[in-house]
Design a protein around this ligand. Structure first.
Ligand code: ZN
Length: 212
């Protein structure tokens, strides 16, 4: 009997530990995802600075890697998590996380454009088709600060272009979000004017009918 109880208690403890681990993991995940800046945050509109050669960026890269993993995104720029430095992380071929430090577009396929359906971690729910260069040649450093110059195509090219825009404080989806707000404001002020107009007409008719 005592053995049985011990066994029961042991299972209970294991279950409790598993539950605690789950809650710890969930709150850790939530804490990381909360670092993603959104909407009108001024940091998203900041121009990022070049990372110096001797700068220690280990913790920034770690954070970016974890946040991209938990957010299920295809790429992230450092200023999206509040770090105003020229660093992006991109899932090459949708699976290989690759850091590009101080990335620079060397050349682009000006005459070859593709339509890309994009979303952004900083503007959740906004999806739009954007014209992108099919190919881009990029000069960058990897996480060990080794220099590379490579050409990326299609999906990889699209994600890199999206993330590099962030480093200049720009995002097409921000612009589209703002345009939608403006449109909605116009629509609602138009319908407010319509209601007001109708009220006036009604009042005039009521006066005509002598009902007031
Ligand atoms: Zn984005």
């Amino acid at each position: 009997m005592s053995k049985k109880l011990k066994g029961k208690n042991r299972n209970k403890n294991r279950k409790k530990m598993r539950l605690n681990n789950f809650h710890n993991k969930e709150s850790y995940k939530k804490k990381l995802l909360n670092k993603i800046l959104k909407w009108d945050d001024p940091v998203l509109k900041s121009k990022c600075s070049i990372v110096a050669k001797d700068e220690n960026i280990e913790n920034i890269l770690k954070d970016m890697g974890r946040i991209l993993y938990y957010s299920n995104g295809a790429g992230i720029a450092a200023n999206q998590i509040g770090v105003i430095k020229r660093i992006i992380l991109v899932l090459i071929d949708k699976k290989k996380p690759t850091f590009l430090v101080n990335p620079e577009i060397v050349s682009k396929s000006e005459d070859e454009l593709i339509d890309s359906r994009e979303s952004c971690l900083s503007y959740p729910g906004i999806i739009s088709v954007i014209k992108r260069y099919k190919k881009v040649e990029i000069k960058y450093e990897d996480e060990n600060r080794e220099l590379y110059q490579k050409t990326f195509e299609n999906f990889n090219s699209i994600v890199i272009q999206h993330e590099i825009s962030h480093l200049s404080g720009e995002c097409d989806l921000y612009r589209i979000w703002k345009e939608r707000i403006e449109e909605n404001n116009k629509k609602s002020s138009l319908s407010a004017a319509k209601i007001e107009n109708n009220e006036n007409i009604k009042n005039i008719e009521e006066i005509k009918n002598g009902s007031t």
